[in-house]
Design a protein around this ligand. Structure first.
Ligand code: BEZ
Length: 553
C-alpha cells in the first residue's frame, strides 16, 4: 500500500527472473538480483540463502549491505549498514525494525514484535524485515572504551542519521529491494521498535507521514536528550547519599518504597493483586514522605535523606530557576524490580565497576551526541561518572537545544519528533497511518508520565479524536521493556495489523504475567486487560487471575 512508487520498468531483469521463478528464493537470492536495481548508493556485502532453524523457522534470503558510505568530519568511515531478510513464503508485507540503545550495530532483522516471545517474530510470520545500525558503527577502539556507542556524535551527519536520517535513507531503498526480489510491491508497510526504537517510530510518524501503514512504538524515548539530563540529575542525587552508586539505595530500601506504594494504591482499582492500574489516583494519594522513619519507628522506613533523593528523582530535573527540564515520574510498584535497579543504581559488569546503565549508556550519549558542541566524556566508567557528577543542569539544558559551527541541528531537533511539545500527526492520519504505543509505569529510563503527557497533547491537538488513528496503553509495574511485577507479555502487533488491514479498532489488549513473574506467586500465569489510555482496568467480579474479571471503563 505504502510501497515505493517504483515503476516496474526500472526494475529490469531482476523482476523478470523473480516472476519466472516459481520456486522462489533459491534462484534469486544472489547479488545480481539487487545489483540490477541500479541503486548507486548501495554496496552489497553479502547475499545468501539461510535455511530455517529452530530459532528462525523460515527459509529466507539474507542481504547484508551498506548504504551511503562516506567519511565523516571526524575522519571515520560511516554508512547505513543494514540487513534485509526476505522469507521464502513472503506474506506481501514489510516491517522496518527500529533498534534500541545508541544504535551502532545491525541487530538481526528478525523483527521482534515486542510481545515477549523471541520466536514469534515478524520474520517467522513471513514478513520481509529490515534492520540497520542507524548510520554508524560502534567504535571498538580501546580509546573509546565505555563511550564506544556514542563517539559518532563527533560527526554531525552521523548524529542526524541516528536521529532520523538513516530511517529516511534506508526505508525507500529497502522497499525497492523487497519489490525487486519478489516482483511485487509490499502491500502493507509497518515499523516496530521500543525505547530508542520507539522514538524512531514516532519520529517516522511525524517526518515520514506517508511511509508507514502501521507503527508500533514501545516505551519510546520521545525526549531522549531531556531524559539524558535526568541521568545526570539522578547520579548527582545518588552521590549525595554515597560515593558508590550501588550503595546509595539498597534493594531493601527500594522494597520499602514498593511496599508503601502498593499499600497506598493497590486497592484503588478494586482489587489488591499487586497491580496498580489506577496510576493517576495513586499519584494523588501516595506521599513518599510517609516512608520516612519517625524517631523510634520500628516499621520498615527510610532515613529522611533517602526519602528526599527519591522525591527528587521522581520530580525530575529542574534548572536553578525552577524550570522543569524533562518530566516527573509516576510512583509504581516496579521500583524494587531488578530492571529498575540495573538502570539507575547497579549494573552487572565488573569492568564498569558495576555502574548502572544510566552511567555507561546514558552518560556518553549525553556528552557526545546530545550536547552541542559535543563533549568527549572519556573512556572509563569512572570518567563518565565524573562527567555526570560535574554536569551543570542549567548549561546542559541549553546545550541540548544549541547549535554550533558545523553542527546545524540541535539534539532536540534531530532526536525528537518535530513539535514534540505540541504534537500533531494530521499528515500521518490523513495518509491512513495507524499508531499503537505502550509504556511501562515503572520504566526507570524514559518517564511514562512524559509519554502520557505527549499523548494527551496529541489528543488535544486532534480535537480529542486522536483515537481515530492511535492508541496508547500503560502497563502497570513494567520496567524498561519486559520485567517487573507486570503483565508484560502481549501481542499488540496483531491488533495493529487487524486495525490497518481489517479496520478493526483495537480496544483492550489481553496481557499475561507468565508463571514465575513476581505477581503470580504460586499461581500459574495470570491475565489482565491493558486499557486504552486514559481508561483504567477495574476489577468487576470473578476469578482474580483472569482478564475477563476486569473492565476497561
Ligand atoms: C534504549 O534504547 O533502551 C536507550 C537508549 C538511550 C538511552 C537509554 C536507553
Amino acid at each position: 500500500m505504502k510501497a515505493l512508487q517504483t515503476s516496474m520498468a526500472t526494475l529490469g531483469a531482476a523482476v523478470t527472473t523473480v516472476i519466472a521463478s516459481t520456486a522462489g528464493f533459491a534462484q534469486t537470492c544472489e547479488p545480481e538480483t539487487f545489483q540490477a536495481l541500479g541503486i548507486d548508493t548501495l554496496s552489497l556485502i553479502s547475499v545468501e540463502p539461510v535455511a530455517a532453524t529452530d530459532e528462525i523457522p523460515v527459509d529466507h534470503c539474507r542481504v547484508l549491505a551498506d548504504l551511503d558510505q562516506r567519511t565523516g568530519i571526524d575522519g571515520v568511515e560511516y554508512a547505513v549498514g543494514f540487513e534485509l531478510r526476505l522469507p521464502e513464503g513472503w506474506n506481501g508485507r514489510f516491517v522496518h525494525q527500529f533498534n534500541g540503545g545508541n544504535d551502532g550495530r545491525i541487530v538481526p532483522a528478525v523483527g521482534n514484535l515486542l510481545g515477549g516471545s523471541d520466536r514469534d517474530t515478524a520474520l517467522s510470520r513471513n514478513y520481509a524485515v529490515v534492520s540497520s545500525n542507524a548510520g554508524h558503527r560502534i567504535d571498538a577502539t580501546p580509546e573509546a572504551g565505555v563511550s564506544a556507542s556514542a563517539t559518532f556524535g563527533l560527526d554531525p551527519e552521523a548524529r542526524q542519521d541516528y536521529g532520523y536520517g538513516a530511517v529516511a535513507k534506508l526505508h525507500p531503498v529497502a522497499l525497492q529491494m523487497v519489490e525487486g526480489y519478489y516482483g511485487s510491491a509490499s502491500e502493507y508497510v509497518y515499523g516496530v521498535g521500543s525505547s530508542n526504537g520507539g522514538r524512531h517510530a514516532l519520529v517516522a510518524a511525524a517526518r515520514m507521514p506517508d511511509a508507514f501503514d502501521g507503527l508500533l512504538a514501545g516505551y519510546p524515548g520521545l525526549n531522549l536528550p531531556r531524559a539524558a539530563i535526568q541521568h545526570a540529575w539522578d547520579v548527582q542525587a545518588f552521590l549525595s547519599l554515597s560515593s558508590s552508586l550501588p550503595e546509595a539505595l539498597s534493594e531493601a530500601d527500594l522494597k520499602v518504597v514498593a511496599d508503601a506504594v502498593t499499600a497506598a494504591c493497590d486497592g484503588l482499582d478494586g482489587l489488591e493483586d499487586g497491580i496498580i492500574a489506577d496510576v493517576d489516583a495513586c499519584q494523588a494519594s501516595f506521599d513518599i514522605g510517609t516512608v520516612a522513619c519517625e524517631s523510634g519507628s520500628s516499621n520498615a522506613c527510610l532515613p529522611a535523606e533517602k526519602v528526599e533523593v527519591l522525591r527528587k528523582i521522581h520530580q525530575g530535573p529542574v534548572t536553578s530557576d525552577g524550570e522543569a527540564v524533562y518530566s516527573s515520574w509516576p510512583w509504581d510498584a516496579g521500583i524494587a524490580a531488578p530492571g529498575w535497579r540495573a538502570w539507575k543504581l547497579e549494573g552487572s559488569n565488573e569492568a564498569d565497576r558495576f555502574m548502572p546503565r544510566i552511567v555507561v549508556l546514558g552518560g556518553p550519549s549525553l556528552g557526545y551526541v546530545f550536547s552541542t558542541p559535543p563533549v568527549e566524556v572519556g573512556a572509563t566508567a569512572d570518567d563518565v561518572l565524573a562527567f555526570l557528577r560535574g554536569f551543570d543542569i542549567d548549561q546542559g539544558a541549553e546545550a541540548i537545544f544549541a547549535t554550533a559551527e558545523g553542527f546545524d541541528e540541535a539534539a532536540m531537533t534531530f532526536m525528537t519528533p518535530p513539535d514534540v511539545d505540541d504534537p500533531d500527526l494530521r499528515a500521518f492520519q490523513e495518509a491512513g497511518g495507524r499508531l499503537m504505543m505502550f509504556h511501562g509505569l515503572s520504566d526507570p529510563v524514559f518517564s511514562e508520565t512524559d509519554t502520557a503527557t505527549w499523548y494527551s497533547a496529541l489528543d488535544n491537538n486532534h480535537g480529542g479524536e486522536a483515537s481515530a488513528f492511535s492508541r496508547y496503553y500503560r502497563v502497570p509495574g513494567m520496567v524498561h521493556g519486559r520485567g517487573g511485577p507486570a503483565t508484560d507479555h502481549f501481542d499488540m502487533f496483531s491488533a495493529l495489523v487487524a486495525w490497518v488491514e481489517e479496520g478493526e479498532e483495537p480496544a483492550e489488549i489481553v496481557a499475561t504475567a507468565p508463571a514465575g513473574n513476581p505477581l503470580t506467586g504460586e499461581h500459574g500465569e495470570m491475565t489482565r486487560p491493558l486499557c486504552p489510555y486514559p481508561v483504567v482496568a477495574r476489577y468487576k467480579d470473578g476469578d482474580p487471575q483472569h482478564h475477563g474479571s476486569f473492565t476497561c471503563d
